[in-house]
Design a protein around this ligand. Structure first.
Ligand SMILES: *[C@@H]1O[C@H](CO)[C@@H](O)[C@H](O)[C@H]1NC(C)=O
Ligand SMILES: *[C@@H]1O[C@H](CO)[C@@H](O)[C@H](O)[C@H]1NC(C)=O
Ligand SMILES: *[C@@H]1O[C@H](CO)[C@@H](O)[C@H](O)[C@H]1NC(C)=O
Length: 341
């Protein structure tokens, strides 16, 4: 997991590694509860993902794209998530939506291929591989957020961006089907975040029309409705998958409602600044894309990151991620039956 918000320099390092293909190998300290349920965890998605940490698995060693498989030390799980990864590939996004400024060329499909390439080196026979996947938790996302974010930042019309939603959901569903074929039975699928509360997009769509804002939270209602639309389609698709594969468990991680609680009752979580980035500068949301966190001219972070929800205008702070991860972990533990291996 590209867990953000540890420190600006650490964040920057991870962000840079992410650009040269990255995945994280998770090796030690698995949460004892999770350990009873899964022997390994494989995760796919983008940099917004922080589930491994939530499951008590520390971030250890990035090595996505390592040509030498011996470099990959596999014990408890592998993270194929890449910062900036999109659900749809960049040639598709460019040709069909006109998106040109994605910050990575890695798509979900690439992550899945990387996983399939590596799988034979993790298990010794087809039945061993099936068993490995049977005892694994597959974390499928968050994915799609970057496809939408790039499009919104580029000023593409929301009607056009909405056309991406069923395609993104399809990508997730096809990946689940493929992994079920390979033997996986337990999936955690996070929904989208409320992007209307994100400082980068709040800055992009800053305006004086008060009607566009949720008076309670200050978030942009139409953007949050976009996230809700994505989540609705995703949940419907997951229900179809459950019906199609009655033997598998698919847990939907409700990132939207969980994080909306931060904005509705910030005090309950210790937050004082809900819509400003901790590491950033300029404007009402402390965000300016040409002066973003970690890049020159360097700007240090806020003094008390624990009172902020947003780290850099796009990613959550460690504090927010912890609350989220705990909530997701609880949801997961309610849904799975844990048997000692
Ligand atoms: C990109 O995605 C499209 C649509 O799914 C697919 O047809 C195409 O082959 C992909 N291109 C690459 C380079 O992966
Ligand atoms: C989550 O939020 C959506 C949109 O506001 C709402 O429709 C849904 O009922 C909520 N779900 C839960 C479980 O609270
Ligand atoms: C963002 O920063 C640049 C470079 O410092 C500056 O020129 C620009 O006016 C800033 N934009 C906003 C919206 O503050």
């Amino acid at each position: 997991m590209l867990s953000m918000a540890i420190s600006p320099s650490c964040w920057l390092l991870k962000q840079r590694l992410a650009f040269v293909f990255l995945f994280v190998v998770v090796v030690t300290g698995i949460n004892p509860l999770a350990d009873r349920c899964f022997t390994s965890i494989f995760s796919f998605g983008d940099s917004l993902m922080d589930t491994a940490e939530g499951l008590g698995i520390p971030f250890v060693q990035p090595s996505y794209g390592a040509k030498n498989r011996k470099l990959v030390k596999f014990e408890k799980g592998l993270n194929f998530a890449v910062a900036g990864a999109t659900a749809l590939n960049s040639s598709f996004l460019k040709a069909n939506i006109g998106i040109h400024d994605g910050n990575t060329d890695i798509s979900f499909g690439d992550e899945l291929n990387s996983f399939k390439d590596l799988l034979p080196s993790l298990c010794s026979s087809s039945s061993h591989c099936k068993m490995l996947l049977r005892n694994s938790l597959i974390v499928m996302g968050e994915i799609g957020g970057n496809d939408y974010r790039h499009a919104f930042k580029q000023g593409i019309k929301v009607e056009k961006i909405r056309q991406l939603v069923p395609l993104v959901v399809d990508v997730v569903a096809s990946a689940i089907n493929e992994l079920v074929e390979l033997g996986a039975v337990t999936f955690l699928v996070p929904g989208g975040f409320p992007i209307g509360c994100s400082p980068d997009l709040l800055t992009k769509f800053q305006g004086s029309n008060k009607d566009k804002y949720d008076p309670l939270t200050g978030c942009l209602t139409w953007l949050n409705q976009f996230s809700e639309h994505h989540n609705e389609l995703l949940r419907k698709e997951l229900e179809k998958l459950r019906n199609h594969h009655p033997d598998i468990t698919i847990v939907y991680a409700d990132y939207y409602n969980t994080t909306m609680r931060f904005y509705h009752s910030p005090k309950q979580f210790g937050f004082k600044e809900t819509l400003k980035a901790c590491c950033g500068t300029g404007g009402p949301y402390s965000y300016n894309s040409s002066r973003s966190c970690g890049y020159p001219p360097l700007k240090s972070s806020c003094n008390n990151p624990f009172s902020y929800i947003s780290w850099d205008g796009m990613h959550y702070t460690e504090a927010a991620n912890k609350w989220l991860a705990n909530a997701v972990f609880e949801e997961l533990m309610k849904a799975v039956t844990c048997v000692p291996h």
